[in-house]
Design a protein around this ligand. Structure first.
Ligand code: ZN
Length: 453
């Protein structure tokens, strides 16, 4: 069970009565059964869509082809789909009432650079290929929810917003969801907010965000793990391995630094981690390199631990450069360094009294799911850090090998997650009486009370 802090200052009284009675009413509604049946009858279509979208490369900052393809699929469901200035695909679905929407999101991007052979395929029960679960499964679930509502002619009380967002992985730094919540984000002091792009609609009003990410149906990620990412660059004069011997070597300093960083005793509680994820530099075997870079990822449930670890990183690089420069043939050849913050994901968590958490718990109780509250770094970090309602759920099935070329996804049992997401959607967005829903489908104005029965 991950570390959890109870912060009474952030707790609010539940804004809605306990949803237990409502969930039982929903679970007995024939329209809900029709939705459940839809998922069972369309498992093949959902898997085909998952294979197809995973086969479209979506490297960091290269998500547009996927967004366009999925936008077309949303349009086929009668939704108006558009992209915003951050590349997010937004598909709005009207409800009986206007007002803020219940948003479901899935990230478009993968960790794989452009040109990675994807080789997406099906073998027996398994779907294979890099990104098939993370986040082909989330994108497939996003489409399946919208398609089931469309095909079963379901009208919700509140509007819905389906978002296929950019920038969840790595250096994307949550830029898609950051943009979605731009109206809530504080501007750095002294900075002038950028002028909105002509084609960028005002930010949507979102009441709660449910991010769909990866496999599984029994976790609730409602605690946002904080993280910081750095690019470390070490530079020197470089030269010939024989004739310039004595010129300090940046790779030597990087090796000393990496070894020292892995000797840091990280706290187990609050859990804090450090990873060197990539290292690059050098020209040839007989060259003293001019530079080396490496990427550092640190995570913690506690911001103070991140502050301390960042200070240790900065001290370590200074010491490593000094040690590797000690043998320099003259002082002008000493190594220099730069440490650039390339990503920062804020921490936060859903209060235990949150209406959204109560809704998921009620759904899980109804379906007999023994769910586990987890802390992780996901798109939900942004709203959670702002004190807004959000969480991340799995898109069902099972999977493994995320972020590798050998990623797999097994859709067996995925219907349970679809039931979970459907009940949650209807609990939050509201399922009006069948008569009310029909009047809207017949073209009556929301709220019309005459002649529309
Ligand atoms: Zn993901």
């Amino acid at each position: 069970m991950p570390f959890r802090v109870w912060n009474p200052w952030r707790s609010q009284p539940p804004s809605a009565p306990a949803p237990g009675g409502e969930i039982a009413r929903l679970a007995a509604d024939p329209r809900v059964h029709a939705l459940f049946d839809w998922f069972l009858r369309h498992e093949r279509d959902i898997a085909e869509l998952q294979l197809a979208i995973t086969a479209i490369p979506a490297p960091p900052f290269g998500e547009q082809p996927r967004a366009e393809w999925l936008g077309h699929r949303f349009q086929q469901l009668g939704l108006v789909a558009s992209t915003d200035a951050a590349g997010n695909l937004l598909a709005a679905r009207a409800g009986l009432d206007s007002g803020s929407a219940i948003a479901f999101s899935a990230h478009l991007d993968t960790v794989f650079p452009a040109g990675t052979p994807l080789n997406v395929r099906r073998e027996h029960n398994r779907l294979l290929g890099p990104g098939i679960g993370d986040n082909g499964s989330g994108l497939a679930a996003l489409w399946a929810l919208a398609a089931a509502l469309h095909d079963c002619s379901i009208v919700t009380r509140r509007p819905l917003l389906f978002v296929a967002n950019t920038g969840e992985e790595g250096e994307g730094n949550l830029r898609g969801v950051r943009h979605l919540y731009r109206a809530h984000l504080p501007q750095p002091s002294g900075s002038v907010p950028p002028a909105p792009r002509q084609d960028d609609a005002p930010p949507p009003k979102i009441d709660a965000l449910i991010a769909l990410d990866g496999a599984g149906s029994d976790s609730i990620i409602c605690q946002a793990l904080g993280s910081r990412r750095f690019l470390v660059t070490i530079r020197g004069g470089g030269g010939h391995s024989w004739s310039d011997y004595g010129t300090p070597n940046p790779i030597h300093a990087a090796a000393l630094a990496v070894a020292a960083l892995y000797r840091i005793a990280l706290p187990v509680q609050p859990r804090t981690t450090l990873n060197i994820g990539a290292i690059e530099g050098g020209t040839s075997v007989n060259t003293i390199p001019e530079s080396v870079t490496f990427k550092v990822d640190m995570r913690s449930s506690d911001r103070i631990c991140l502050d301390e670890l960042e200070q240790q990183l900065r001290r370590t690089i200074v010491e490593a450069c000094a040690e590797a420069s000690a043998g320099a043939v003259h002082p002008g050849l000493r190594l220099s360094h730069a440490i650039t913050l390339t990503g920062e994901r804020p921490a936060g968590e859903l209060p235990a009294t949150s209406r959204l958490l109560a809704a998921v718990r009620a759904v899980d109780a109804q379906l007999g799911i023994r769910s586990e509250v987890l802390r992780a770094s996901t798109d939900a970090n942004i709203p959670l850090s702002l004190g807004l309602e959000a969480l991340t759920l799995g898109a069902g099935g099972s999977g493994g090998g995320a972020h590798t070329l050998h990623e797999w996804f097994d859709p067996s049992g995925r219907a349970l997650a679809f039931k979970r997401l459907t009940l949650l959607l209807l609990l939050l967005a509201g399922l009006p009486s069948a008569a009310e829903g029909e009047s809207l489908a017949a073209g009556c104005e929301p709220g019309c009370e005459s002649g529309c029965e």
